[in-house]
Design a protein around this ligand. Structure first.
Ligand SMILES: Nc1ncnc2c1ncn2[C@@H]1O[C@H](COP(=O)(O)OP(=O)(O)OP(=O)(O)O)[C@@H](O)[C@H]1O
Length: 577
């Protein structure tokens, strides 16, 4: 059983103790009925029940007081053992759930960026929010399962003692019951697995519903189509599969509950005609069978829960295994100070999608220097952002070499070199908190930057948090810039940062901020379409079809743009626009 293995491998001692306590309480539990039967039987043949030894405790008269004391002691013992076993395994389950979530966080941190981008967040979020709680739920059923299993085994032992023939009959009936049970359970399992797949799709739909709220509100037809296509059809499939699964499982469980009564019926009406069995034996056997009805019901009820947990555990593991891992050294060490970042024949390709080869960039030869402003330009889809993610070391080159001065980049030092880079991509994420300790000097610096970025009247810092991030797009991006400044890295990369800034702040960005970073000997790389400011670049890199087609001075590039502009004007005149 996958789950038990997961638990026992994670916390072998606690699981062992829990299993042991569960087993002891199960054994004691299964001994209760024989015990009661013993106590109501006369100790010596011919002795009436009224003649068994009595004891008086105040107003209370107790028959067979020694056995009674033992009986109540056993009950108390069972209560303690059972509770301890359940509490212990419950705690293991909570710890395992935490461990699973932490392994998820770690794995995501080690997953290459392209793989996270490819998988998207829906599947990952669904797994943490759905699968982990289901695994815990399944784990909750484990101690009950164990205790009742032991009780069942104990009671079967009692049956052997009572009557070997009855035991054989009960075993045959149970074997038949388990077999008959497996078939519908198999189908129930399949239905649940299918419904789990649709839940992933629903998660994707909910993301669309929230992120696309603006678009959907403006178009009723689009909204209706989306609701039907991404939400309701998946809801319908979940409903269909889960209802079918529940029907199958409930019927199967009820069948399981009744197995014992079928056996009792067969015993009373059929078995007695073929085998000799005394009345007192028959009563004892029926009592034992009634007694195992409970454990069998618990076992069967816990099974669907366990099944769900097993499905979720498999799903969770498959998802984590699907994510590749960056095989790099995450230990950060001091790297030598450097002046040039050099690409030598660097190549990269996104993994192919089914039959389609992934977009490739390279081979690229580039030398970028600290204290330089470099603009990357090119048409949409030419590979600018892909190149920028190679420059920021998010993507690892599949061919060629990258050097920081003469030091070649490799798996041992890439994480260390990454620490010197700050980037604001077009789909950047602004954390609501500044993720560092803020001393007085840093707070002063923050105030300075808030003023520079014209945000001092809008945002303050409270306990490290921005007082608000509900700002305009341009203002939010300025906050991201503030965070980047605080990081004080050697390389700054901006992917169309100024695209949503007003003209005044565009001027501030290109004419004050970029030159001030250059003056601080930072390597400044900006992906931009703002040709008005190209004269600020020391160099312009032109991308086309994943290749650097030109590395030129801004003046040459600007001349070319003018030529292109006149070609564009000719074209517009031709089409009469
Ligand atoms: N995460 C990704 N996974 C797979 N392929 C991708 C991914 N991102 C981009 N691509 C592919 O790379 C090509 C270049 O994309 P890229 O974002 O580098 O272009 P770009 O020049 O920055 O475009 P734009 O000016 O529109 O931002 C795309 O056409 C796409 O096919």
């Amino acid at each position: 059983m996958n789950l038990l293995k997961l638990f026992s491998e994670s916390y072998p001692n606690r699981v062992f103790i829990s299993v042991l306590l569960g087993a002891i309480s199960g054994i004691l539990y299964s001994g209760l009925i024989p015990f009661v039967l013993m106590s109501i039987e006369s100790p010596t043949p011919g002795l009436q029940l009224a003649e068994v030894p009595h004891a008086r405790y105040g107003l209370l008269e107790v028959a067979n007081y020694k056995l009674a004391a033992l009986f109540f002691l056993a009950c108390t013992f069972i209560l303690i053992m059972r509770s301890l076993s359940e509490i212990l395994l419950q705690r293991v389950a909570t710890d395992v759930a935490r461990k699973l979530r932490v392994s998820f966080y770690d794995k995501i941190s080690r997953t290459p960026l392209y793989a996270i981008e490819k998988m998207g967040s829906s599947k990952l979020v669904a797994s943490v929010n759905l699968d982990v709680p289901r695994i815990v739920n399944g784990a909750r059923a484990l101690p009950l399962l164990l205790i009742n299993l032991v009780t069942l085994v104990g009671m079967l032992g009692f049956l052997v003692y009572l009557n070997g023939e009855v035991f054989k009959m009960v075993m045959i009936a149970i074997a038949f019951g388990i077999l008959a049970y497996q078939v519908p359970m198999y189908f129930g399992n399949k239905l649940l697995t299918r419904s789990r797949e649709y839940r992933d799709a629903i998660q994707e739909g909910v993301n669309g519903l929230l992120s696309g709220a603006k678009e959907l509100k403006l178009d009723a037809q689009k909204r209706a189509y989306f609701h039907q296509d991404a939400l309701l059809s998946n809801e319908k499939n979940i409903l269909k599969n889960e209802k079918a699964a529940q029907s199958v499982l409930i019927s199967t469980i009820n069948f399981g509950d009744l197995i014992c009564f079928f056996v009792i019926g067969a015993l009373c009406f059929i078995f007695v005609n073929y085998h000799s069995i005394s009345n007192s034996e028959l009563v004892a056997v029926i009592m034992a069978l009634l007694y195992v009805t409970g454990p069998i019901a618990v076992l069967l009820n816990a099974l669907p829960q366990m099944m769900m947990a097993t499905i979720s555990y498999k799903k969770f593991n498959t998802l984590l295994n699907e994510l590749p891992e960056e095989e790099i050294d995450y230990q950060i060490s001091e790297v030598p100070s450097w002046q040039t970042l050099r690409f030598d024949n660097v190549e990269f390709a996104y993994p192919s999608d089914q039959d389609e080869a992934g977009f490739a960039v390279g081979p690229i030869d580039l030398t970028l220097k600290r204290g330089e402003i470099v603009f990357i330009v090119g048409s949409n889809g030419s590979g600018k952002s892909t190149l920028s993610k190679l420059l920021t070391l998010h993507y690892q080159a599949v061919g060629g070499h990258i050097y920081f001065d003469d030091a070649a980049l490799n798996n041992a030092n890439i994480e260390s070199y990454r620490q010197g880079i700050s980037a604001i991509y077009s789909n950047y994420y602004l954390f609501a908190k500044i993720l560092k300790d803020l001393d007085d000097a840093t707070m002063e610096l923050i105030q300075h930057y808030l003023k520079l970025l014209h945000l001092d009247h809008k945002v303050t810092i409270e306990d490290g948090y921005f007082s608000t991030v509900s700002l305009s797009d341009g203002q939010r991006k300025r906050l991201a810039l503030l965070v980047a400044f605080l990081e004080d890295k050697q390389v700054y990369l901006f992917d169309e940062w100024a695209a949503d800034q007003d003209p005044i702040f565009k001027e501030v960005f290109y004419k004050r901020i970029l030159p001030s970073l250059k003056a601080k000997q930072k390597l400044v790389i900006a992906i931009t379409h703002d040709d008005k400011y190209f004269d600020l670049a020391d160099r312009v890199i032109v991308m086309e079809g994943g290749k650097v087609v030109e590395q030129t001075s801004y003046t040459q590039y600007f001349d070319k743009l003018q030529l292109n502009q006149s070609a564009k004007n000719d074209f517009l005149a031709e089409v009469g626009a």
